[in-house]
Every structure is written in structure tokens, then in C-alpha cells.
Design a protein around this ligand. Structure first.
Ligand code: DGY
Length: 433
């Protein structure tokens, strides 16, 4: 296990670029929001300075309205499409002047990342001092969401692009693509020069991805206009669980710091409202788990993915719901031939075990599920998620995602996408400590 830890540290150190980390070489040559946060958790175990620098750089790219972009383009790399030329025209008037960035965001992990840095730190006083210098920026980011991304004032935040979900080409979005009449663009993909096309989204999916951004650009990334016009507008259980967990962490940290009663009271207000709406609107009694809601077409999207179980992490379900989710996970995702946890329901005809977010196991989701299950006292299943995570990395290396079918791992490589992938290394370090 020592050897694996050593390799994980090497992956992180090799992907470190002075002030931030890339997710992996070639395929993802810039800084990504949720990658960055999760990477900091790994660094915190052996190099707190890098963990802090990672977060400082991320927050330095925050816009004037509190928004944090999903990609910060620190360099002009041409190994990625769509790069800065595509994203950065017509940016919002409050966009960062200092960094080029996209105009979409990602699951807001920063709040719970800060709490994890504090948990891991061996010098709690110094770490709390660091947290004091950045925490208000994270609060400001949450305020941005509640003020600008919740048009019906429900306490549930919308995402306007599948890239905001983090689960880019999940089958969850398939029915939304059918409602759109996206043009056929001509462009040169770069991802498929680094990774086998069978492991990546299709050309037609990319047309949809670009079309939504074109609409946002025509409207200078105005949140109001996007809420009115974007064909993709979704309340995502993973995104909202991450935000709610981060709210919980901010409350805990502000309490530790003292003297922040107003912010704590506001965060608690958001929590009460969000958790209630989340339970009222996103739990599907028949399916026994949480699902996505299509806000543009006003209908639930009734499929189960690994995102359906993320509410454990944010302490959202009551005991009965938590138990029903465990049953669904074990019945559908947890057969003896499966590693936990496939990103999409393996019993669905939409399951595709090699294709990015349409089936493979992802380490970030496993880490979220492991911690969520532990919070509810499901220690045995949590342990299985942890051991499965260690096994697939030990067998294949630090890939971006992995086949969930055990037999595939017996016949050679079953790791897909980018290799030497930062958050796979970072979160393994955390699981092993
Ligand atoms: C990609 O390029 O696949 C990224 O996930 C977008 O954020």
C-alpha cells in the first residue's frame, strides 16, 4: 500500500504547475473547478502549501458576481477543444479580468474541501488561519447561486449545461437532447486524439454542448437570459448535494472561527429551505432514490445514476430513504460481478460500461458515496466501496474512469480516459489515510 501511496503522490506532483494542478496531461491542460478542490484534499496529506495554493488560485479567478468558472485557462494550449477562443468571447461583464475562463461552473466543492483541509491538517491553527483568508469568497459563491440560479426561489440551484454537472455525457441528458434542434457544427475535436473515441461523447453530443454555449454567449452569459432561454435547465441532485454539503461545512468553519453570526444564520436559512425542497421534489418513491428534474420542460428525469446516491453525503435523506437507497444501490449496481459504483444504472438499456459517464466507475463519486455511507452508519458497504476503489486502481493505475464489470479487469486493462489522473490519485491518498 505504501508503494501505491508513493505513486499517487508522484501523479499529483507531476500534474502540479506552480500554482495549480491539471487533471491530466494533454486531455485536460488547464485548471478545472471541482478537480482542483478534490486535488487539494490529496495534497493536504503531504504538502499543505500546495493544497492552499491550489485553492488560492482557483478563488483568484472568481468573477465580480461571485461566480467561479469551470475551467481557468492559464495557458494557450491547443491540445483541448473548445479552448479559450471559443469560450471567452462575449463573457459576462463581471467576468474575471485577470484570467481567461469559461462561463459555466461545476459542483461547488470548495466549502467541504476547506473543512477537509482542516480535518487533515496537523497544524490546525495555521490551517484555520488560511481558511479565514478565503472562506468569505466561498460564501460569496454560494450567495451567487441562491441569488441567480434559483428562479422559482425553491432553494434548488439549476445548471444550464451538462458540463456544469460534472457528469458530462450521462444518459440522464439524452431526453433533453431530443428536445433540441442543435445545428451540425464543423469543428476539430482534440479529446479523441488523446483517448479512444469509444470512451468519449459522440460528435452529435458535442453539437448540443456547443449550441447551449452559443445561446449563452449571444446573451453575454446573463443568468436571467439563460434561465429564460437555455434549452438545458436542470436541477441536479449531485450538484445540489455538493452545495448543501459545502453549506454545512461553511457553518462548521464559521463556528470555529467565531464572530460570524449573520453568515451562519443565512447559511442555515439556505440549508432548511434547500433540504426541504430537495426531499419534496427530487426523491422518487417508486424508484427509491433521488433523480434529476428538467426545469425547462418541467418534468422529472426518471433514471438512476451514481448521482442519485450523493444526497447521503449532504445528510439529506431521512433514515428510511437512506435505507431504500442502499437497497437500490445493492440491487442494481452491487451484484457480485460488479465493482461499486457504476456511474449509471447497469440494469438500464442506456448503460454503456466504457463510455465516460454512461456507466464506468469514477473515483470522485466513490469518495462521495464512501463518506456518505459512513455518515449513515453503513460501514460495511462503505468499506466495500473503498476496497473496490483501491482494487481497480491497483490493477489498472490512476485512470480517469474504470469498467464496473469485474471480468473485464481479469483480461487486461480496464481503466479508461486519461491516465495519471489527479483526483484518482488525490482521493486514493485520502481513502488510505
Ligand atoms: C471535457 O472536456 O470532457 C470536460 O469534462 C469538460 O469540462
Amino acid at each position: 500500500m505504501k508503494e501505491l501511496q508513493k505513486k499517487a503522490r508522484e501523479v499529483l506532483n507531476n500534474n502540479w504547475k506552480d500554482r495549480f494542478s491539471i487533471p491530466c496531461a494533454n486531455l485536460y491542460p488547464f485548471q478545472w473547478f471541482w478537480d482542483s478542490g478534490l486535488i487539494a484534499i490529496g495534497f493536504a496529506h503531504f504538502d499543505m502549501q500546495k493544497a492552499e495554493a491550489e485553492i488560492n488560485t482557483l478563488l483568484d479567478a472568481q468573477w465580480g458576481n461571485g461566480f467561479i468558472p469551470h475551467i481557468i485557462f492559464h495557458t494557450e494550449s491547443d491540445s483541448y477543444f473548445p479552448g479559450p477562443d471559443f469560450h471567452c468571447s462575449n463573457l459576462h461583464p463581471e467576468a474575471s479580468k485577470k484570467y481567461k475562463s469559461t462561463g459555466m461552473t461545476q459542483p461547488p466543492v470548495t466549502g467541504f474541501v476547506l473543512e477537509n483541509l482542516y480535518r487533515i491538517s496537523s497544524d490546525k491553527k495555521a490551517t484555520l488561519k488560511f481558511i479565514e483568508t478565503v472562506i468569505d469568497k466561498v460564501y460569496f459563491n454560494h450567495e451567487y447561486f441562491y441569488k441567480n440560479r434559483d428562479p422559482q426561489d425553491e432553494g434548488l440551484i439549476y445548471i444550464y449545461h451538462n458540463w456544469e454537472s460534472g457528469t458530462d455525457n450521462s444518459p440522464i441528458w439524452d431526453d433533453i437532447w431530443k428536445t433540441m434542434n442543435s445545428p451540425e457544427y464543423t469543428f476539430e475535436r482534440r479529446d479523441t486524439t488523446h483517448v479512444d473515441a469509444s470512451e468519449r461523447p459522440s460528435k452529435r453530443e458535442y453539437d448540443h454542448y456547443l449550441y447551449i454555449i452559443e445561446i449563452a454567449k449571444e446573451n453575454n452569459y446573463s443568468d436571467e437570459k439563460i434561465a429564460e432561454l437555455s434549452p438545458f435547465l436542470v436541477q441536479d441532485p449531485l450538484f445540489n448535494s455538493v452545495l448543501i454539503k459545502s453549506n454545512e461545512s461553511l457553518i462548521a468553519l464559521y463556528k470555529l472561527m467565531g464572530n460570524n453570526e449573520d453568515k451562519i444564520a443565512q447559511l442555515q436559512k439556505w440549508q432548511t429551505k434547500s433540504i426541504k425542497s430537495f426531499n419534496d421534489k427530487l426523491f422518487d418513491e417508486e424508484l427509491g432514490a433521488y433523480i434529476h428534474y428538467d426545469l425547462r420542460n418541467e418534468k422529472p428525469i426518471r433514471y438512476i445514476s451514481s448521482s442519485s446516491f450523493s444526497p447521503w453525503f449532504a445528510n439529506i435523506p431521512n433514515k428510511e430513504r437512506a435505507a431504500s437507497m442502499v437497497k437500490v444501490m445493492l440491487d442494481k449496481f452491487g451484484g457480485e460481478h460488479q465493482y461499486l459504483c457504476a456511474s449509471f444504472d447497469p440494469t438500464s438499456e442506456r448503460f454503456s460500461p466504457k463510455k465516460y459517464w454512461r456507466g464506468p466507475v469514477w473515483i470522485n463519486l466513490n469518495w462521495i458515496l464512501y463518506n456518505g455511507l459512513k455518515q449513515y452508519g453503513y460501514n460495511d458497504i462503505a468499506e466495500r466501496v473503498k476496497q473496490d476503489t483501491i482494487s481497480i486502481i491497483e490493477k489498472n493505475g490512476f485512470y480517469e474512469y474504470f469498467d464496473s464489470r469485474k471480468e473485464i479487469h481479469e483480461h487486461g486493462n480496464a481503466g479508461y480516459g486519461g491516465n495519471n489522473f489527479s483526483w484518482s490519485a488525490a482521493l486514493l491518498i485520502d481513502l488510505l489515510n
